[in-house]
Design a protein around this ligand. Structure first.
Ligand code: HEC
Ligand code: HEC
Length: 350
């Protein structure tokens, strides 16, 4: 009986402590340690090096506030975080294609935001090549945020909280689009995923089951040429055999280069946190990883721009597919998905 009481008291104390922690500023306060540039040793050199934009706690905190603030959209209804949700590794959970202002639909699936500083281009077709200017695209897109930078700056200047936060970050109250874009790049650029079970396995900190290891071997034999480890992309554009969709008329990379050889080529996406980012492909046409594997083994379309690696086809048994999926699930990175630094600060309890 007594022991039971001890357990119950311990439980109550633990709850109080954790609630106090979540309720306290500590949970939301960004420290110098939180914004330290400390990149995984097994990753290549980053493309975006934060040159002239070294993260500081105050600038990162401002970037976080802006990321979650619908003030960036024309009618103050849509924030970056509306489409890029933390629990889905900053993709849009269970949404095939994006929808923005006034419920208007886009034509592409919201990609996750992770390890962006290793990307040399952005968007499914590589239409943007700089992390700092990237947000101009969603902000000005008429079906996303439908806003213009000048008007945002006017709105921010009217807002007392932002005047104080820009002052904290930059030492004066000048609010301009360059500063806005730099702090957003600090926030999104620090989103690094490298603590999945796969990463721990590579570092010798965890083991994988026989099925997961078999899946990894199959992955290395059939998929890793394009989905290159450890980032799970080689940053190239390829046609992986998807049928052209006559509703969206999305020809991919060809729209950027104007070159027919780029028809239906899309950026090879990373597969990190893939369990959380469904549905899949540039238009979210597949809902499950099983459908993705059936595509690679059965339903892919042979066209003149189909990637050479896929021409001979991929052969996997049903058991093989199950094992590849088991392996892909080891790429789920809970440290990243629950990283308090990237949580929506509007949930702060005063
Ligand atoms: C209406 C939904 C929506 C909103 C709001 C939105 N995004 Fe996106 N985001 C997308 C979609 C869809 C794409 C892919 C677009 C494409 O490929 O053409 C994307 C792509 C990106 C990418 C490139 C990722 C990659 O791997 O290439 C970044 C970075 C990004 N968004 C950041 C932001 C930021 C910062 C904001 C706020 C200023 C924002 N997004 C607002 C839907 C949205
Ligand atoms: C020839 C290069 C290539 C090979 C080989 C390849 N992929 Fe892909 N993969 C791509 C490209 C390109 C896309 C994006 C296509 C699109 O959306 O239009 C993609 C998309 C995916 C997606 C969807 C990702 C997302 O975020 O929506 C998954 C999952 C995937 N591949 C898994 C695999 C697996 C598993 C294998 C091996 C069985 C494999 N891929 C082999 C190039 C390749």
């Amino acid at each position: 009986m007594k022991r039971k009481h001890i357990y119950i008291s311990a439980l109550i104390i633990a709850c109080v402590i954790s609630l106090a922690f979540i309720g306290s500023d500590k949970y939301w306060t960004i420290t110098a340690n939180d914004v330290k540039l400390d990149f995984p040793v097994n990753f290549p050199k980053p493309v975006y090096t934060f040159k002239d934009n070294t993260p500081t706690p105050a600038e990162f905190t401002l970037g976080r506030k802006l990321f979650y603030d619908p003030i960036l959209s024309r009618d103050s209804s849509i924030s970056c975080g509306f489409c890029h949700q933390r629990i889905a590794a900053f993709a849009h959970f269970d949404h095939p294609i994006s929808h923005g202002i006034n419920g208007l639909l886009g034509k592409r699936n919201v990609p996750p935001l992770q390890n962006l500083i290793w990307q040399n281009s952005f968007m499914w077709d590589g239409g943007v090549n700089n992390l700092e200017v990237q947000p101009i695209s969603p902000i000005t897109n008429h079906v996303e945020m439908a806003e213009d930078l000048g008007h945002i700056i006017t709105k921010l200047k009217r807002n007392k909280t932002y005047a104080a936060m820009f002052n904290d970050a930059f030492g004066d109250t000048i609010i301009n689009s360059q500063r806005l874009l730099k702090v957003l790049a600090q926030f999104t650029g620090l989103m690094v995923s490298n603590n999945s079970r796969y990463d721990k396995y590579l570092r010798g900190e965890d083991t994988l089951s026989a099925a997961e290891l078999h899946g990894l071997k199959l992955f290395r034999d059939n998929c890793a040429q394009c989905h290159k480890e450890p980032l799970f992309t080689d940053n190239s554009y390829r046609n992986n055999g998807l049928k052209y969709d006559s509703t969206f008329h999305d020809s991919g990379r060809m729209a950027i280069t104007g070159n027919k050889i780029d028809f239906m080529k899309f950026r090879v996406p990373s597969l990190r946190n893939i369990e959380m980012t469904y549905p899949y492909m540039h238009d979210g046409r597949f809902h499950t990883l099983k459908q993705v594997l059936d595509h690679y083994t059965q339903t892919f379309i042979r066209t003149p721009t189909l990637d050479g690696i896929l021409v001979k086809g991929i052969s996997l048994s049903e058991q093989d597919k199950t094992d590849v999926i088991s392996f892909l699930k080891t790429l789920t990175d809970k440290t990243f998905l629950y990283d308090r630094r990237f949580a929506d600060p509007n949930f702060v309890r005063n």
